[in-house]
Write a protein that binds this ligand. Structure first.
Ligand code: PMT
Length: 217
């Protein structure tokens, strides 16, 4: 039995990596598997929410009851999020969005020239920062994956992006595998959750999130 703590709420979320094309066969991506985001989408549905999951390229089955919108690049992901956002009560950014993309993707396959090759990169928009800045912003939850100094970097990201709640994890603990160790950061401080399967961790995040949501009007 799962208490329906998110009944009547619409949750829009992102998960997985993004893929930033260099040419028709190559691109820049990262090692996010999508497992944490998909587990959280499932936990939100089990808690009674309507869930739109904007997903980067991953090879995972879509959880039952979740509306999945595929998106390859950060720009695709941003457009899909903005389309899904009207009426959302909650936005959760689990995706490991590429901070940079090639300035120009080549229409044709790049050829070897015997010379060194440089690819100019340009910064991607920050989807979570854009959503938090909307006049009618939903309740926003960020994630942060760090390779060191988790508390300092995660709390810094939460403050910079003015997030009520941020989920921090170490790359070595959470990226790619089936389990995770997370710390939740909010105005009341840090709340570590025990190491567990991503399904179990997701349920812990939903419980914390549901308790923070303003009452429905
Ligand atoms: O997919 P798994 O293998 O299960 O791994 C899960 C995870 C480690 C990827 C996940 O738990 C996690 O920590 N995701 C956030 C990754 C990250 O480091 O994000 P960031 O620090 O680059 O960004 C901070 C926040 O801003 C995130 O909520 C991110 O989704 C969002 N962001 C970042 C950049 C950008 N251009 N747009 C964004 O929305």
């Amino acid at each position: 039995f799962v208490p329906k703590r998110l009944a009547g709420r619409k949750v829009v979320m992102t998960a997985g990596p993004t893929f930033e094309a260099i040419d028709p066969v190559r691109g820049i991506t990262n090692i996010s598997s999508g497992k944490m985001g998909y587990a959280l989408a499932r936990a939100c549905v089990q808690a009674g929410a309507e869930v739109v999951l904007v997903s980067g390229p991953v090879s995972l089955p879509v959880p039952l009851g979740v509306e999945c919108v595929p998106a390859a690049s950060a720009l695709d992901m941003r457009a899909a999020v903005l389309r899904a956002l009207p009426d959302a009560d909650v936005f959760i950014g689990v995706a490991a969005v590429a901070d940079y993309r090639p300035l120009q993707a080549s229409e044709h396959k790049l050829k070897k020239t015997g010379e060194a090759l440089s690819i100019a990169l340009t910064q991607n928009p920050d989807i979570l920062a854009e959503v938090t800045a909307l006049p009618a912003a939903p309740f926003c939850v960020g994630f942060a994956a760090e390779s060191r100094d988790l508390d300092a970097y995660a709390e810094g990201k939460r403050r910079n992006k003015r997030l009520p709640l941020l989920v921090g994890n170490l790359v070595s603990d959470g990226m790619g595998g089936d389990d995770n160790t997370v710390v939740l950061y909010d105005d009341a401080g840090r709340h570590p959750l025990p190491r567990a399967s991503k399904a179990e961790v997701a349920r812990g995040i939903v419980d914390h999130l549901a308790a923070m949501l303003p009452p429905r009007v």
